[in-house]
Design a protein around this ligand. Structure first.
Ligand SMILES: N[C@@H](CCC(=O)N[C@@H](CS)C(=O)NCC(=O)O)C(=O)O
Length: 223
């Protein structure tokens, strides 16, 4: 039995689960995962029994005879970066690290119009024109962030990621890449190259392949 266990939601739509799962995968550590179909009443109760917030993602780490629970995608990223420093889940340069943490926090608590108008639908391809001004502004802001990271730290780094190598920030923005792909949002060449790297990544593709085999998401319960 692996010491690490992650509880996730429906892979096709649970953007927060993907944000935690990708950095966990990048540690290279073995782990178990449990998909909680939280729209089934009994599963929601089971989730409430394991997760302090009744939400996924939740990481459970058996360590030194204790069971450590970490919830909330950004806290999971921080915990993994602390616990597995060899994975370099934050940039080592303090200025790059400050930027990486800032854009991760910005993703974690912002971009509501983008999330509302371009909901995650990993396997769907339904291009549409985005007319909402706030969602357009969010898209422009994401593109600006990606360009700044790539221009300042990515291009001369050791890979196609925002800071060269893979960091928590790449995990935070992966669901945004899937939304842009789903709704046909086209960006400048730097951003398009970054998106291509995200969707070609073997770990991302493994998540996507599992999503194709998952049972469909249950309809929302009636109020
Ligand atoms: N801020 C949390 C958000 C977690 C969240 O909203 N998770 C959703 C799935 S994407 C969930 O558990 N929904 C089930 C429910 O609310 O019953 C994070 O970053 O992990």
């Amino acid at each position: 039995m692996a010491d690490l266990h992650i509880y996730i939601g429906y892979r096709e739509v649970s953007s927060w689960s993907l944000r935690a799962w990708l950095p966990l995968k990048k540690t290279g550590m073995p782990f178990e995962e449990t998909l909680i179909r939280y729209r089934l009443p009994d599963h929601k109760a089971r989730l409430n029994a394991v997760s302090p917030t009744g939400k996924v993602p939740l990481l459970v780490h058996r360590r030194d005879g204790r069971e450590i629970k970490v919830w909330d995608s950004i806290a999971i990223g921080e915990y993994l970066a602390d616990t597995f420093p060899a994975a370099r889940l934050w940039p080592s340069d303090p200025i790059a690290r400050a930027f990486a943490r800032s854009i991760s926090a910005e993703m974690h608590n912002g971009f509501r119009p983008l999330r509302e108008h371009l909901p995650m639908a990993l396997l769907a391809r339904t291009p549409k024109v985005i007319n909402d001004a706030d969602a357009q502004a969010d898209i422009a802001r994401v593109a600006e962030i990606w360009r700044q990271a790539r221009d300042n730290w990515g291009r001369d780094g050791d890979g196609p990621w925002l800071f060269g190598h893979y960091t928590v920030a790449d995990g935070m923005y992966a669901p945004i890449v899937t939304r842009f792909r789903t709704y046909g949002v086209r960006l400048d060449p730097i951003c398009e190259d970054y998106m291509a790297a995200v969707t070609a990544d073997a770990d991302f593709r493994a998540w996507e392949a599992r999503a194709e085999r998952d049972p469909p998401q249950e309809p929302l319960p009636l109020e």
